[in-house]
Design a protein around this ligand. Sequence first.
Ligand code: PLP
Length: 401
Amino acid sequence: MSKHNHDTPFAENTRLIHAGRAPEKFGGAVNIPPFRASTVLFPTLAELDAYDPALRSVRYGRTGNPSSHAFEAGMTELEEGHDAVSYPSGLQAITSSLLAFTRHGDHVLIADTAYAPTRNFANGILSRAGVMVEYFDPGIGAGIAALLRPATRVVFLESPGSLTFEVQDVPAIVGAVASANPDIVLMMDNTWAAGLLFKPLKHGVHIAIQSATKYVGGHSDVSLGIAVCARPNHWLRLKKASIELGACASADDLFLGLRGLRSLPVRMRRHHESGLRVAHWLAARPEVTRVRHPGLSSCPGHETWKRDFAGACGLFAFEMAPTPRPAMAAMVDGMAHFGMGYSWGGFESLILPSNPSSLRSAVPWTGGELVRLHVGLEDVEDLIADLDAGFARLNAALEQA
Ligand SMILES: *Cc1c(COP(=O)(O)O)cnc(C)c1O
């Protein structure tokens, strides 16, 4: 029983244009204005006394307002769920969801390729609260059944991993967990797919979480998170926890998140096309030992990606032979279009040398020197020329050494 109707005759990109809007309530304006609201006034004592403390009401800015309700409606449409809770960051959407469903003595299974700050929280506050945290091989599939314990409360997926890009067999994991114990809550960090390329809730995941800081915001100027629930009881629990924790996103960020949602399908198509083009170009380079892009058959989980995903975003990585730091610097310091920095999902391209070794525990990292790319919306031939010049600087530095 979804309060949102996903069974309209309209295509997804059309539905995302309408989601969360209410021009009739706001003087005809196409967009809902950002609600900068903390205090909400009750005109009479009678109305204060009669106030219905429903979790969707507007009584105090922090607990929900037209800006958060509109963004949540838009993201619920995207993830095809029942309802959503918004957060000031993707990480807080993750940490609040884990806290909301666990207690002392519970056991939680997390994909070994999970986003590093997710691990950091699980190994820190969550473990100190007495929750047993265990990481699983992203390639485990139905084999996850062997890791389930009577105390297992949450299974947390993220596919593909945002550094090494292994694709999980989500249907197999969900099927095995649900048939072993239907009370286990299945959560998935769906940031890579941006809610567009993969639909966790359709596959039986209960809570789809995203850093809307990435593709939904899309312009590198927002910090925003979302958790979309398939079930009303899960939503109620998340919403109550968010009120207990005091999580509330800024009205301006919520406004920009909803604004980003309108153009998400168009931007993602371009990220998909340019990303694949760059990935294939890299695969033919002598410096590159392997491209970790789920759209390439060389990537672990490629077949699963082909089966389950509607496309790829612009985030992937490539491996090289061990590279001395000065040679790596010669390549990445001189890029014209690829900026060096964390995050991704904006309009601009990024490059980031990284070492996943310390971020794995279930399966050790055995790959080579890893460089992560975010392929943005620039002209793809300009991006390839930038990488080509980067490899030339790398080779010159290696020859000098
Ligand atoms: C960035 C990111 C997050 C956290 O999002 P913030 O909005 O930066 O807190 C979570 N998961 C993944 C996969 C991310 O890349």
